[in-house]
Design a protein around this ligand. Structure first.
Ligand code: G
Ligand code: G
Ligand code: MN
Length: 358
């Protein structure tokens, strides 16, 4: 789809090209038609003379035929190019009219069961269409560049809601999702840093999540420089949707991620699919190989947690613990999950329990 929006900028060029094709086609056809009647009068013409005389007619026909797919494309541009513009305009309005809000998906430390933070997820309360989920509007925001002001709004709102909580809970963190556009923007990191400073929040309490997918199209040098800057500022860096197979594993190593989030599709594979546990363990081994803590997303059922019990992971997220929550509910959830030390299950605890029962 993105080519569509990029080419929408060439609307005028496309219209001119189609008009030119039409003019040329008609002229050639008219010329060819004249020559055609001449041909009928020439009884003793050679084959090559006949072909030469029919050439303009054929070329005109070809031009007019090319108009059909060209016109279809033009219509497409007109419809969707316009839509892209309209929707990004609507996104700008939505920021102004306070139609966005944040939900927090709690993060649980696997060892202790303690709530150690949350991921901030954007929601759009549309005046006519109800709540719109980010998978619908984030791609459009990314294509139109609106993702930058939207994330700026998100961080401002997050700090307004949670700065006091962050200051009171120095061992907790909140994470936000960032896109390629943020890595390309020179203002993003300094702006983020200034906002945190204004609220007396330390940058190591903010995790920036970037997906494997977003990194793939960028040059290694450029990406390394920006991601190095992220850590220089003191923000923590997480790789999102790990294991969905978009990236060069060796390249990821250079970027110095401090948290690796295994995609929730792998949790489902592990528990629901025959032999899925081996796939999960292979990915987990790779993830642990980077030396950073590993978070497993999409822990939804008791069986998922049981599956993870003997595995070397740092934290978990998912509907088993909580759905995404409003800010008050989240802070309440955090207070209710200080961790149950009595039921601490570390890798070695479980191993020794298993040894006892064996
Ligand atoms: O619960 P949920 O449907 O919110 O999330 C869907 C996807 O949208 C997730 O993959 C999440 O990373 C993404 N998402 C949610 N909020 C934001 C945001 O503020 N910025 C970006 N870039 N992605 C987001
Ligand atoms: O950023 P990321 O792609 O990880 O986005 C998280 C998305 O996954 C959000 O849409 C969130 O609502 C969703 N999610 C989080 N936990 C679960 C879960 O346990 N089950 C399902 N089905 N979705 C989940
Ligand atoms: Mn995420």
């Amino acid at each position: 789809m993105s080519w569509l929006f990029r080419s929408a900028q060439h609307h005028r060029g496309m219209t001119a090209l189609l008009a030119l094709l039409w003019l040329l086609g008609s002229l050639l056809l008219a010329q060819g038609w004249g020559q055609w009647s001449l041909l009928a009068q020439l009884e003793e013409a050679r084959l090559w003379q006949r072909l030469l005389l029919t050439l303009p007619f054929m070329a005109g026909l070809l031009c007019l035929c090319a108009l059909i797919p060209g016109w279809a494309w033009w219509r497409h541009l007109h419809r969707y190019g316009h839509l892209g513009h309209a929707v990004s305009h609507e996104l700008a309005n939505a920021i102004r009219h306070h139609e966005f809000y944040i939900q927090y998906l709690p993060t649980i430390e696997h060892r202790s069961g303690r709530c150690i933070g949350a991921e901030a997820l954007l929601r759009w309360r549309h005046p006519h269409q109800g709540t719109i989920m980010p998978d619908l509007f984030i791609p459009i925001a990314e294509r139109s560049g609106m993702i930058l002001p939207m994330t700026e709004w998100l961080v401002q709102q997050l700090l307004a809601e949670q700065a006091a909580w962050l200051r009171a809970n120095r061992d907790c963190h909140l994470s936000i999702n960032i896109s390629a556009a943020h890595l390309a923007s020179r203002q993003f990191l300094p702006q983020l840093y200034t906002l945190l400073q204004q609220h007396a929040v330390l940058p190591d309490q903010l995790v920036l999540e970037i997906t494997e997918r977003e990194l793939i199209n960028r040059s290694s040098d450029e990406t390394r420089k920006v991601l190095h800057q992220v850590t220089q500022y003191g923000f923590r860096l997480a790789i999102d949707d790990f294991g969905t197979g978009y990236n060069n594993l060796a390249r990821l190593y250079e970027f110095g991620f401090e948290l690796i989030k295994i995609d929730r599709s792998l949790m489902r594979t592990a528990v629901d699919k025959e032999g899925g546990d081996r796939i999960f363990d292979a990915i987990l081994t790779v993830a642990n190989g980077y030396g950073a803590p590993v978070l497993v997303e999409g822990v939804e059922y008791p069986a998922d947690l049981a599956f993870l019990a003997t595995r070397d992971i740092h934290s978990v997220q998912g509907w088993y613990f909580s759905r995404p929550l409003g800010v008050r509910e989240f802070q309440h959830f955090h207070a209710l999950h200080p961790g149950k030390r009595a039921s601490v299950r570390t890798h070695s605890d479980v191993q020794s329990k298993l040894a006892e029962t064996a």
